[in-house]
Design a protein around this ligand. Structure first.
Ligand code: ZN
Length: 510
């Protein structure tokens, strides 16, 4: 977009937290204060000012994100930054040097009273490689803006864990949707840098709808360019999905959740967070979009189980400087994708035939559009490379199929008493949001918690890429798989044992 350049009239609101140290004469400022001026949307850039916490010589880098949790893509946000400047308390410019794509070196960090920079929106800024997914990026338009934290904010070296206070100036008629909490004077707060990355912000001409689902406060914010979709319409579908998730999980694992919907010209998908998720879809009537979005929302919501409650140390202490892959993408994305369709099936929001067609589609896409011989751990380890990035989407196909097989195997070994859902719920209780499992030993740990045969399963179908035993496994629950057409269908004369296991497979086990 283009508009005339307004004078910057905004003052940075400083809500500083002081910590006494020593004699009490030296006060250390902990908060990092950001101001984003959306009244000036010229050049499709965010005008950002930062009032730093107390800085020392070792905090001499201002870092922008190289990637973000759950995206498995190189972002190099530093590419979008311009006019990066540092000032002392008298307003004199201090020297800064761009030392790498995402890093600005601060020559006198102790003297810095303010930093300012512009950061371009990712949607409309051309790049030659590593185009950022729309739902993970930023967009500035006349009537709204989408902010994903890592694409607007940065952090001082050594201060990733410091709290943030964010003041956003925006037109009076706009409203704001985010899972971030707001103080009485309108300042948004984040516990640390990771928290703001975990909390997208949608601002503009939005509709809002709210409800309570079994004690969980659910807020829906919708930007719909032509006004075709209102939050009120989306509400009922999300309610049904959440009730289905609740019965699947034995209760909803969060006390609040925010859905941010962006309907405009393109469909790109959705991105999950701990207490919210963001959806970018081509605008249409809600009737036409409902089914697809319900499935995706189920997927994104199920991420509150994994990775939020079950993740390794690699996800827990997120490295924004260098992308580090975890081995367990099969769990974070494969299991999540399996669970989302399974919970819709078990709750009746998805028909049995529809579920079998979903399985067929995943088999066909796995073999026709991706290299089916890549193992799921290889897929995880290579997701940040150009070749691996092309294969990444298969985690939603092959990854989900493998999770489905694991579920059947677990049900078979436990006589229908303990499927993948149950094991996952047990791990969510054992770990939780702030207690990671060990990336290197989780296959063994999962095996110990279940059956020795599961180690062979992981070796064959997760760590290696043996041909998936779809026919043999689905036969256990009285479903035939026709290899030639990739069709799944119920076996007419299924045995008692097959029918009994299918019953356990179909229904939530409490
Ligand atoms: Zn996902």
């Amino acid at each position: 977009m283009k508009m005339k350049h307004f004078l910057k009239l905004t003052l940075v609101a400083c809500v500083l937290v002081f910590q006494s140290c020593g004699s009490g004469k030296t006060k250390e400022v902990v908060d990092v204060n950001f101001n984003v001026n959306l009244l000036d949307r010229s050049n499709d850039t965010y005008k950002v000012e930062v009032v730093p916490p107390t800085l020392k010589a070792e905090n001499n880098i201002f870092q922008f994100a190289s990637t973000a949790p759950g995206t498995y893509q190189v972002m190099d946000i530093g590419r979008y930054v311009s006019n990066f400047k540092a000032f002392d308390k008298d307003g004199n410019a201090l020297t800064t040097n761009k030392v790498s794509t995402n890093q600005y070196e601060l020559t006198s960090p102790e003297k810095i009273a303010k930093i300012s920079y512009e950061i371009a929106e990712t949607w409309d800024t051309p790049v030659t490689e590593n185009k950022i997914y729309l739902m993970c990026g930023t967009s500035i338009e006349d009537d709204h803006t989408l902010i994903n934290g890592q694409a607007v904010f940065g952090y001082f070296k050594g201060k990733q864990a410091n709290p943030l206070k964010i003041k956003i100036d925006y037109p009076n008629e706009w409203s704001i949707g985010t899972a971030l909490e707001k103080t009485a004077d309108g300042i948004y707060t984040a516990n640390d840098y990771d928290h703001v990355v975990d909390s997208p912000i949608l601002i503009g001409n939005l509709t809002k709808a709210s409800m309570d689902v079994q004690g969980t406060t659910v807020d829906i914010f919708t930007y719909s360019k032509k006004g075709l979709i209102k939050s009120e319409q989306v509400l009922e579908s999300m309610k049904n999905m959440l009730l289905s998730a609740s019965s699947f999980l034995g209760g909803l694992p969060v006390d609040r959740y925010t859905f941010l919907f962006h309907f405009e010209d393109v469909t790109n998908g959705a991105w999950e967070h701990s207490y919210s998720s963001e959806y970018v879809y081509k605008e249409d009537t809600w009737e036409n979009l409902e089914k697809a979005i319900l499935e995706v929302a189920a997927h994104e919501f199920f991420h509150v189980v994994t990775p939020l409650n079950i993740h390794s140390e690699i996800v827990d202490q997120f490295n924004f400087i260098t992308p580090v892959p975890s081995n367990h993408l099969w769990l974070y994305e494969g299991t999540t994708e399996w669970a989302s369709h399974m919970m819709l099936l078990r709750s009746g929001l998805k028909s049995f035939d529809d579920y079998l067609k979903t399985l067929q589609r995943k088999v066909l896409i796995n073999t026709k559009y991706y290299n089916p011989n890549i193992s799921l751990t290889e897929l995880a380890q290579t997701s940040y490379t150009p070749e691996g990035h092309k294969q990444y989407g298969n985690i939603y196909m092959k990854g989900a199929l493998v999770a489905g097989l694991l579920d059947i195997k677990l049900l078979e070994l436990s006589n229908g008493e303990r499927g993948l859902k149950d094991v996952v719920n047990e791990f969510a209780k054992k770990y939780g949001p702030s207690k990671p499992f060990e990336d290197a030993t989780f296959f063994d740990e999962f095996t110990e918690a279940t059956y020795p045969e599961i180690r062979t399963f992981f070796n064959d179908y997760v760590i290696n890429s043996k041909t998936l035993p779809l026919k043999a496994y689905y036969n256990k629950i009285g479903i035939d798989f026709d290899e030639a057409t990739a069709t799944f269908s119920t076996i007419d004369n299924a045995s008692e044992a097959q029918l009994a296991l299918r019953k356990k497979w179909m229904q939530p086990i409490d």
